[in-house]
Structures are given as structure tokens and as C-alpha cells.
Design a protein around this ligand. Structure first.
Ligand code: NAI
Length: 332
């Protein structure tokens, strides 16, 4: 049984090779992302294994099906980059890793909040230059602040619990209420109220037609002046141009993003010797109160182990017809 990997990084090979010893699949790794430019090169594979920026669009799925591929295995939680309808139409099975370490992403969201607030990235550089002045490093106590959480699934839940531990008031919006979180002290409110009342807003909902550009000129207009926005979910939840305008007008006080609308051209690559043609990200990175990380929120040992273990298990179960009913890992 052969699995072809796309968007492969060196760390993917380490973890998948390690956990494949129990399965003995033939693994082939491509560094390029999956898209119309490469799909014709696939030869005799049972499954393709893809990541967040692979473009598993109808045109690609059709060729995959014709070449005999039976499974599209996402080694991530989000599946907005796969055309599920077309996959179903061509009889392809699709699986994902629904929760590989929600704590990894939740903890990264906290790291972004603390960095933006207490400016540890600036302090680090400053003391190395023997500048021990505190001017410009003033932060605020998180304790007692209102943190708005949009999406209280696996990651949002872990994030709520962290922020409760810090002593924040946690206000959440989700289409499904989590009673355990309510017992832990989380208050659910409408999305509008979450936007109006929060000092910090952290996005943990999936990207879909209703959540695309959730953060836009009009929603920002309802938020507190100086609000901090954190996005570790998907880039398109934010209208980047509108956010830039709100940073310029000082309405948004801090922005932390681990994901970006146009990230597929940039993230996971070393472009340090290249000319970046994306003026939007360059403008974003020019603000002193913006922190950009390159989709690294998931990037812990525990998460990479879980991703490899669960992806290989999903493929094995789909190939042998031993999937469990209602398993959230099996999309179709
Ligand atoms: P999940 O499926 O456990 O939770 C998503 C939650 O969002 C659910 O409770 C769902 O009811 C809620 N939701 C759906 N539509 C909504 C809406 N319109 N408004 C508010 N809430 C809504 O997913 P999980 O594991 O918590 O992941 C959340 C997102 O985080 C993923 O969709 C993915 O895009 C992103 N992610 C980012 C990573 C990174 O490294 N930056 C790593 C893993 C996931």
C-alpha cells in the first residue's frame, strides 16, 4: 500500500517514518503542495496525505480518482481546502486528524497574547543591546480582563480553561454550547456581545461560508478601541485589508496571527533571500503591535506524534474497512 505525501517538511518524514514501522506502508514524500500542477505525476498510490495549504479542488480530485487513489488523508484538523462534495461524487474517502493536541494551539494563542501584551520579543532584543530601559514595554494585567472566544470545540475549550486559570472573564460564542465549560465559568453570549464586550478576542472556529471574513470593518466597528485580536484558526476568518485600516486608526490595539489569508505562497518556506511580493503581509509586519507566526501553533512533539499515529490509523482503517461509526476523523 502506497501513500504519497504533499507539502512535506523534514519533521513530517521523521514522525511518519517512525510510526509507520507498525504498518509497513510504502511512503513517498513530495515537498511541493498538491494542486493541478503536480497531480498528473501521481503513479499507483492508494492514498495521498495532504496538509493545510494543499489545494484538493475538483480538478485535482478527478485526476486522483482516475489514477486509482482511494483515500485523501488530511494530516490536520481543518478540511476547508478539500472539496468534499466532489470527493464523494468520485467515491474517494476523506479522513483527518480532528484533535491532535488542542493544547498545543491553545498554548500558542496564549504565547501570542503574552508576547503582544508584555512585549517580551522587544525586551529580549533590548537587553542584548545593553538597553535596560523599560520605556515602551508597558503591558496590562490579563487577570480580570474579558476574553472573547469564538468557537469552543477542542482548541477553544483548552483555550477557555487556560484563560480561566489566569483569572480572565471568558465570554464565548459557538453554535453549540459546551455545558462543561459553563460549569467551569465560561459565559456564552451572542457573537455581537462577544465582539462588544471583549478586551481580547481569540478565534477558534472553522473556516466556512458563515465564518469567512468574520473580522471585517463592520464587526471591528463594534469592538472596544484597543482590542487585541488573535487568530490561530484560518487566515480567511479575517479580512486583512480591513484589519490593516483598523490598526492604522488605532481601533485594533494588537493583532496576533498564526494564519494568513494568502499564507500558501509564504508559510512553511524559507524566503529569507527572496523579494516578498505580497505587500499586504509586509504592511502587517511593519506594525509594532502585530505579531505574525507562520502556522506554527500546532508544532509540538506531542502534536506531531499524534498526527502521524492518527493519520496512519485512519488510512489503515479505511483500507481494511474497519472504521468506527460516527468517527469524527472520517469525513466521507
Ligand atoms: P473543532 O471542530 O473541535 O471546534 C470547532 C468549533 O467551532 C465547534 O465547537 C463548532 O461548533 C464551532 N463553530 C462552527 N461554526 C461556528 C461559527 N459559525 N461560529 C462559532 N463557532 C462555530 O475544531 P478545533 O480542533 O477546535 O479547531 C478549530 C480550528 O483551528 C480548525 O478549524 C482549524 O482551522 C484551526 N487549527 C489551527 C491550527 C494551527 O496550527 N494554527 C492547528 C489545528 C487547527
Amino acid at each position: 500500500m502506497k501513500i504519497i505525501f504533499f507539502s512535506t517538511q523534514p519533521y513530517d518524514k521523521i514522525f511518519f517514518n517512525k510510526y509507520n514501522t507498525g504498518y509497513g506502508f510504502e511512503l513517498e514524500y513530495f515537498e511541493t503542495h498538491l494542486g493541478p500542477h503536480i497531480v498528473n505525476a501521481i503513479d499507483k498510490a492508494d492514498a495521498v496525505c495532504v496538509f493545510v495549504n494543499d489545494r484538493v479542488i475538483a480538478e485535482v480530485i478527478k485526476v486522483l480518482a482516475e489514477s486509482g487513489v482511494k483515500i485523501i488523508a488530511l494530516r490536520c484538523a481543518g478540511f476547508n481546502n478539500v472539496d468534499l462534495e466532489t470527493a464523494k461524487q468520485y467515491g474517494l474517502r476523506v479522513c483527518r486528524v480532528p484533535a491532535y493536541s488542542p493544547q498545543a494551539v491553545a498554548e500558542h494563542a496564549l504565547a501570542m497574547i503574552l508576547t503582544l501584551n508584555r512585549k517580551t520579543h522587544k525586551a529580549y532584543n533590548r537587553v542584548r543591546e545593553q538597553n535596560f530601559s523599560l520605556n515602551g514595554l508597558l503591558g496590562f494585567n490579563l487577570h480580570g480582563k474579558t476574553v472573547g472566544v469564538v468557537g469552543t470545540g477542542n482548541i477553544g475549550k483548552a483555550f477557555c480553561n487556560i484563560m480561566i486559570g489566569i483569572g480572565c472573564n471568558v465570554l464565548a460564542f459557538d453554535i453549540v454550547k459546551d455545558e462543561k465549560l459553563v460549569k467551569a465559568g465560561v459565559k456564552y453570549a451572542s457573537l455581537k456581545e462577544v465582539f462588544i464586550q471583549s478586551d481580547i478576542i481569540s478565534l477558534h472556529c472553522p473556516l466556512n461560508d458563515t465564518t469567512k471574513h468574520l473580522i471585517n470593518e463592520s464587526s471591528i466597528g463594534t469592538m472596544k478601541k484597543g482590542v487585541m485580536i488573535i487568530n490561530t484558526s484560518r487566515g480567511k476568518l479575517i479580512n486583512t485589508e480591513d484589519v490593516i485600516d483598523a490598526l492604522k486608526s488605532r481601533h485594533i490595539g494588537y493583532l496576533g496571527i498564526d494564519v494568513y489569508e494568502q499564507e500558501e505562497k509564504l508559510f512553511f518556506k524559507d524566503l529569507s533571500a527572496s523579494i516578498i511580493e505580497d505587500d499586504v503581509i509586509q504592511r502587517l509586519m511593519s506594525f509594532p503591535n502585530v505579531l505574525v507566526t507562520a502556522h506554527q501553533a500546532f508544532f509540538t512533539e506531542e502534536a506531531l506524534s499524534q498526527i502521524a499515529i492518527k493519520t496512519l490509523q485512519n488510512i489503515q482503517q479505511l483500507l481494511t474497512g474497519t472504521t468506527v461509526q460516527n468517527d469524527p476523523a472520517i469525513m466521507i
